[in-house]
Structures are given as C-alpha cells and as structure tokens.
Ligand binder design. Structure first.
Ligand SMILES: Cc1cc2nc3c(=O)[nH]c(=O)nc-3n(C[C@H](O)[C@H](O)[C@H](O)COP(=O)(O)OP(=O)(O)OC[C@H]3O[C@@H](n4cnc5c(N)ncnc54)[C@H](O)[C@@H]3O)c2cc1C
Length: 246
C-alpha cells in the first residue's frame, strides 16, 4: 500500500477520533488521523482538561483563604492570573504530547491539515484555513501534510463548535467563547455567563473563586438543566449563598 493509502482515515483527533484510530491500528488496520489544529481535540486542549486545571488553582486559592479554619496560616494570599493560565496550558500541553506519543506507539500516521471529502474513497487535505486559537501546542513530528489520500473507510470525528447567539457575537474582548474564557489576560471585575450547563457553571465557579462578580443567566427554571433536578437545586442554593454570585 502506498504511503498515501490507508484502510481507515479518521478526520479529527479529539477523544472520538484518537481513541478510534488507536483501536483501529491495534486491530491491524493501516490507519491515519487528520488534524488541523490541536491533537486531542477540544477536550484536551480547550475543554475538559484545561478547565479542570483552572478549577484546581481556584480550589487551592479558596482553601488558602480558609487556612485559619484548619489551624494553618497563610499570609498575603493572592494569585497571578497569567501564572494560573500558564499552568493550565502546560497541563493541556502535556496531554496533547501524550496523545502524539500514543498515536506514534500504535503506528497511527498523523496527517496535519484541513480535510475535506473528495470522490469516493478519497480525502483531500489542504493547509489549515482556520486561524488557530493561541497559544497553540506544536503539531507532532513526522506528520504528513497537504495532499490527496485514499482510504477504504473514512470516519468523521470533527466535534462541535461554540454556538453564537444573535446580538452576542464573540469579539474576543467583551464577548467571549470558552476559548477566551480559558486564557484571560487578567481577571475581569464582573462576568455574565450565558447558560448554566456544566461548562457555564464551571466557568462561573472558577471566576467567582478568583474574586469576580459573576451573574449566570439561564432560560429554564433551574440551573444545570440536564442534571438531576435534586442535585441542581442543591448546587443553585450553594451558589446563591455567595453575595457576588447571582
Ligand atoms: C470548556 C469545556 C469543558 C468541557 N469539559 C468536559 C468535561 O469535563 N467532561 C467531558 O466529558 N466533556 C467535557 N467537554 C466536552 C468535550 O470537550 C467534548 O465532548 C469532546 O471534546 C468531543 O470530542 P470529539 O472527538 O467529538 O470532538 P473534538 O474534541 O471537538 O475534536 C474534533 C477535532 O476535529 C478537528 N477538526 C475539525 N474539522 C476538521 C477538518 N476539516 N480537518 C481536520 N481536523 C478537523 C478539530 O480541530 C478538533 O481537534 C468540555 C467542553 C468544553 C468546551
């Protein structure tokens, strides 16, 4: 089989794509994965992982403020927003590299670029047109690039995008998506979070812990609408106990 021919090509290297690619390769298929921006997808680069790193910083900051309650002393408790963000990016970078290592170990070929479907059995890869969100982790070494690739099977695992609401079009300054919310240059004085799903509440909780005045807007009559109603009620009560959280 030529270098550009594969049994399976997967488009998108998020948790959906890279896990499928590794399993396919383990089952003996000649496998390639195409990614245009960040190995590991949103979850590792701009979702699950970096948010948990931010939340961990917020949690420790919160505990430090409560040190006295535990018989401890911590003076001049404060934070450096840039360092908090840098730690979150570093954690994400380590996992991004880990995915590169796993793909290599399992002999999955990484193709770097933006994929589109060509004629039957063909995937066309061009240089990415999407401007990558910064800071971007470097692509792994040994990738193939733009070109036409052949595959017996193609799997599309290109994930989701932030929804844009009319009148609230993100400008990266006053109106953020989760991308900007994850790398604030400094803490804002106040923040309005539109939507109280898990992601909205995570950001609300992080910013609130860092001293920001946070308001959450939800269209239905309970926060975290897809969670268990009893748990959502307890969470709402807990959040509303803080005067700077509405
Ligand atoms: C802020 C935030 C926090 C989250 N926290 C959690 C959590 O705690 N727990 C949890 O379970 N889930 C969480 N999620 C959801 C989780 O990130 C997604 O469910 C998961 O990333 C979806 O994986 P995926 O593989 O389907 O797509 P994605 O991770 O979106 O990956 C798709 C990949 O495809 C690439 N791509 C798209 N189009 C092309 C193309 N034409 N050519 C080449 N590549 C392309 C993209 O660059 C991307 O890397 C969170 C999401 C966000 C935004």
């Amino acid at each position: 089989m030529a270098e550009t021919e594969f049994d399976i090509i997967i488009i998108g290297s998020g948790p959906g794509g890279y896990v499928t690619a590794i399993r396919a390769a383990q089952l003996g298929f000649k496998t390639a994965i195409i990614e245009r921006e960040h190995l590991g997808g949103i979850c590792l680069n701009w979702g699950c992982i970096p948010t948990k790193a931010l939340l961990r910083s917020a949690e420790i900051y919160h505990y430090m403020q409560q040190a006295k309650d535990y018989g401890l002393s911590a003076e001049k408790v404060g934070f450096d927003a840039k360092a908090v963000v840098a730690r979150s990016r570093a954690v994400s970078g380590r996992l991004n590299m880990g995915v590169g290592g796993l793909l290599k170990k399992n002999k999955v070929q990484v193709i770097w670029g933006e994929a589109k479907l060509g004629k039957m059995g063909e995937v066309i890869v061009a240089n990415p047109t999407k401007v990558p969100m910064q800071p971007q982790h470097a692509p792994p070494r040994g990738t193939l690039g733009a070109g036409t690739y052949k595959a017996k099977h193609t799997i599309i695992a290109t994930g989701a995008r932030p929804r844009v609401l009319p009148g609230l079009e993100p400008d990266g300054k006053l109106v953020w998506t989760y991308f900007e919310a994850m790398v604030p240059p400094a803490m804002p004085k106040s923040l309005l979070v539109v939507g109280s799903g898990a992601i909205g509440i995570e950001f609300a909780s992080f910013y609130h812990s860092m001293g920001v005045d946070v308001t959450v807007v939800e269209i239905v009559d309970q926060i975290m609408p897809v969670e268990d109603a009893e748990i959502a009620k307890i969470a709402q009560k807990q959040l509303e106990r803080n005067p700077e959280m509405r």
